[in-house]
Design a protein around this ligand. Structure first.
Ligand SMILES: Cc1cc2nc3c(=O)[nH]c(=O)nc-3n(C[C@H](O)[C@H](O)[C@H](O)COP(=O)(O)OP(=O)(O)OC[C@H]3O[C@@H](n4cnc5c(N)ncnc54)[C@H](O)[C@@H]3O)c2cc1C
Length: 328
């Protein structure tokens, strides 16, 4: 029996949704093999959310209760995660495929001679304890199935919304404090951090269940005010096509696509977006795709579950009005 480690990504003392999804998936994999799931929490507050982590599948919680871990500097987290590996004797690590966590996993992989696969959309138990990992490559053109070579630790980064998060009421996990001190090399600290303005109340597009996206068809920056109104009535995040971000209408960090973010929400609602291949690469795994475009030949309609052919400036206000009326 071995432990599957799950590195918990968290903000403001709460685990991010993707980490609960990963715990759920790890629990199912562990159950089939008779293994256990151990969450790893780097930073303060882990013991406060231990019961939540247990409910989503953690049998054990390795906790490095240190403010150093929350500074979002990579090296302290690498060292703490290495300590979790030493304490657990684990062979497998699951982590959220966000840029920061990938950085931590990659550095630790070098230290432990592990194999890393990122952005997995599915993971299944394979032969000899190896995991069969599915991911999309070349902008979603190909689907690959890969596994880490035998004899190496396997690190697998999971894409957002690849799995559901299920609260199975497992209860509080066994708590193991990681008692370690940082090497001199890892003593860097963040001295200041400034929150980017303007989007604080909306969910991150990588995690949001609903994403409202706008493109060149909006015509100008003001069009995004309408996208934000629609997003707010739906509790959604706001994304954009590259044409819109290149025009300076919305910040680049919200760009969806091959050279932007990859999202997989339950619902993607695109307005004034043609559906170029590079945009589709970032959103085509959305569970439901709704498109509003005045051109009936727009390629986005080829992958849309529901399409509205019309002027977005007529459709979107009506949609907002109707949704507000339904909410009461
Ligand atoms: C290497 C490379 C990487 C790229 N990476 C990305 C990427 O990551 N993400 C990305 O998005 N793009 C990317 N692109 C750009 C991509 O090829 C497209 O140019 C871009 O996606 C187009 O954005 P758009 O759909 O907003 O604009 P357009 O293609 O100009 O489409 C605008 C759409 O709005 C519709 N429209 C206009 N007015 C209205 C209205 N009033 N009501 C309703 N509909 C209306 C039009 O019919 C049209 O279909 C990349 C390109 C390259 C070469």
């Amino acid at each position: 029996m071995s432990e599957l480690l799950v590195l918990i990504d968290h903000t403001d003392g709460e685990p991010r949704k993707i980490s609960l999804q990963i715990l759920t998936a790890a629990k199912q994999l562990a159950g089939a093999a008779g293994d256990t799931v151990a969450a790893v929490w780097l930073g303060e507050g882990g013991s406060d959310v231990a019961a939540t982590l247990g409910n989503y599948g953690a049998d054990k919680l390795y906790h490095w209760d240190s403010s150093d871990a929350q500074a979002y500097v990579t090296l302290p987290q690498v060292e703490a995660l290495e300590a979790a590996f030493e304490a657990s004797g684990a062979d497998t690590l699951f982590f959220a495929s966000s840029n920061h966590v990938k950085d931590v996993a990659a550095r630790l992989a070098i230290r432990l001679d592990a194999g890393v696969i990122t952005d997995a959309t599915d993971v299944r138990a394979g032969e000899g304890g190896r995991l069969d990992v599915t991911k999309e490559v070349f902008g979603g053109d190909k689907i690959t199935h890969s596994r880490v070579a035998e004899g190496r630790k396997q690190f697998v980064g999971i894409a957002s919304n690849a799995f559901p998060a299920e609260d199975t009421g497992g209860g509080a996990p066994e708590l193991v404090a990681l008692d370690m001190s940082l090497s001199d090399a890892a003593m860097a600290t963040t001295v200041d951090a400034v929150e980017k303005q303007g989007t604080a109340d909306r969910p991150d597009i990588g995690e949001a269940a609903i994403v409202v996206a706008g493109g060149r068809g909006l015509g100008d920056q003001a069009g995004f005010e309408q996208m934000e109104q629609l997003a707010d009535v739906l509790g959604a995040g706001v994304g954009a096509s590259r044409a819109a971000t290149d025009a300076g209408w919305y910040p680049h960090r919200f760009q969806i696509g091959q050279t932007g973010r990859t999202i997989s929400p339950t619902l993607y609602l695109g307005s004034g977006i043609s559906g170029a291949i590079q945009h589709r690469a970032g959103m085509q795994t959305s569970q439901h795709i709704v498109a509003i475009n005045k051109d009936p030949e727009a390629p986005i309609f080829q992958i849309a579950d529901f399409g509205i052919v019309g002027d977005l400036y007529q459709v979107v206000p009506k949609l907002i009005e109707e949704l507000r009326a339904r909410k009461g």
